[in-house]
Design a protein around this ligand. Structure first.
Ligand code: C6P
Length: 405
């Protein structure tokens, strides 16, 4: 059982007043709040222990190298990667996907090959594939979804064929909350010899992610969506694939021997980590993993499900509200529209009540088109949210509808 008073006390931002009201933070899909241990570790790096990693032969440099590489071990354990070499530090999910598009797709796919994504992907899981596909003459195709926001598996099976060389799918949709059956999808992709990437940006803070069990070829997530600092993220890749792939960027740390004529590269994972990394953020990510793993995933999932179910029922009770995203399996996202009202107008009023929501297309324009909306209001939940937060959300929306109607 999670003690919510104790848990909420670990998040100082929850004590912030906005417009003199207590903050009701319902924007965790955009970025989660940070617990005190994460904040302290970043502070400590800048106030007491600043130094670069992997370079200096001095006390503080070695201390930071140990902490930085310690986070890699924690990530390996968290996602059950076979080796620490399979864990690459990046700036975030976006950079991880771009790395695979630039280094794998551009080099291992050919003219006429196909890359499959779903209609619900975030722009970060669309545009990098388009850029790579354009460069090599490959094609990006979308797996259709139904009106609830579930992937139509029959359509997926029809799209898979000898031309399919790569599939990339969000584990959980940021705009609908759909939990995609990625394990099954990976199996099907492997049957036709395609590689599979999982965008785990919205999954990593909400469920166990086991790369060996999923058997994905690549997987990406961001530290800032799992209680850690911004500007750090992870690319997981199967070692055999990462070994074959050329570096994504050149610079310090990724080299072995450099001459003016030619460079040989460092071993994994450093081959993909050019330049000074986000040291404080990676150290903070280690603390975020400590926080996350201090909660049992079974407890966390049961609790989040109870809040989601409560919020879904309450929202559906408000006349005129229509949920966008009613998939069979859902996680932590309440996306909705209100008949006759623009999402931005609603949020400008709920904001004044201290309720932090996101409105717009949520970086999923093709999805908005598929669902026949231009924008939605999105409340996204984190482990620190309570039924009281949902009640305050409902009050604020009801007030907004009253004022705007
Ligand atoms: N979604 C949201 O409010 P970055 O920005 O690299 O940390 O993550 C990109 C990204 C990729 N995939 C999914 C499924 C995501 O949800 C996101 C980020 C935020 O929904 C910001 S747009």
């Amino acid at each position: 059982m999670i003690n919510h008073n104790e848990l909420r006390n670990q998040f100082p931002v929850l004590k912030t007043k906005v417009y003199d009201k207590t903050l009701v933070y319902l924007d965790s899909a955009a970025t989660t709040l940070k617990p005190q241990n994460v904040i302290d570790s970043v502070n400590k790096y800048y106030a007491q222990t600043t130094a670069n990693v992997h370079r200096g032969l001095h006390f503080l440099s070695e201390l930071n190298t140990d902490l930085y590489e310690g986070t890699r071990d924690q990530v390996q354990k968290l996602i059950n990667a076979k080796t620490r070499q399979e864990v690459i530090f990046t700036k975030g999910t976006t950079e991880s996907i771009n790395l695979v598009a630039a280094s794998y797709v551009r080099n291992f796919l050919n003219n006429g090959d196909e890359i499959l994504i779903t209609q619900m992907e975030h722009h970060s899981n669309i545009v990098p594939w388009q850029l790579a596909a354009e460069a090599i003459g490959a094609k990006v195709r979308a797996i259709p979804i139904d009106d609830n926001g579930d992937v139509i598996m029959e359509e997926y099976k029809k799209l898979l064929g000898p031309k399919t060389k790569f599939v990339s799918v969000a584990y959980i949709s940021n705009a609908l909350g759909t939990v995609n059956p990625v394990k099954e999808m990976i199996k099907l992709a492997h049957h036709v010899g395609a590689k599979f990437m999982v965008d785990a940006a919205q999954a990593i803070a909400h469920r166990p992610v086991d790369v060996q069990d999923l058997d994905c070829d690549f997987l990406a997530f961001s530290s800032h969506k799992m209680f850690g600092p911004t500007a750090a993220g992870i690319l997981y890749g199967k070692e055999a694939l990462l070994e074959q792939m050329p570096p994504y960027q050149g610079g310090g740390d990724m080299i072995d021997v450099v001459t003016i004529e030619k460079t040989t590269y460092n071993a994994l994972p450093f081959k993909f980590e050019a330049g000074t990394p986000a040291i404080a953020s990676v150290i903070g990510l280690g603390e975020a993993i400590k926080f996350l793993t201090s909660l049992k995933f079974a407890d966390l999932m049961e609790y989040e499900k109870s809040i989601l179910t409560y919020g879904t029922a309450k929202l559906q009770d408000i006349p005129g509200v229509r949920l966008i995203g009613t998939a069979v399996e859902k996680s932590c996202i309440l996306s909705f529209v209100v008949k006759g009202l623009h999402p931005h107008d609603i949020a400008s009023i709920t904001d004044k009540e201290g309720v932090a929501l996101r409105t717009g297309h949520h970086c999923t324009q093709p999805l908005m088109k598929r669902m026949n909306v231009t924008a939605t209001v999105r409340a996204s939940l984190g482990i620190y949210n309570t039924k009281q937060d949902i009640d305050l959300l409902i009050q604020a929306i009801t007030k907004a509808i009253k004022i705007l109607s």
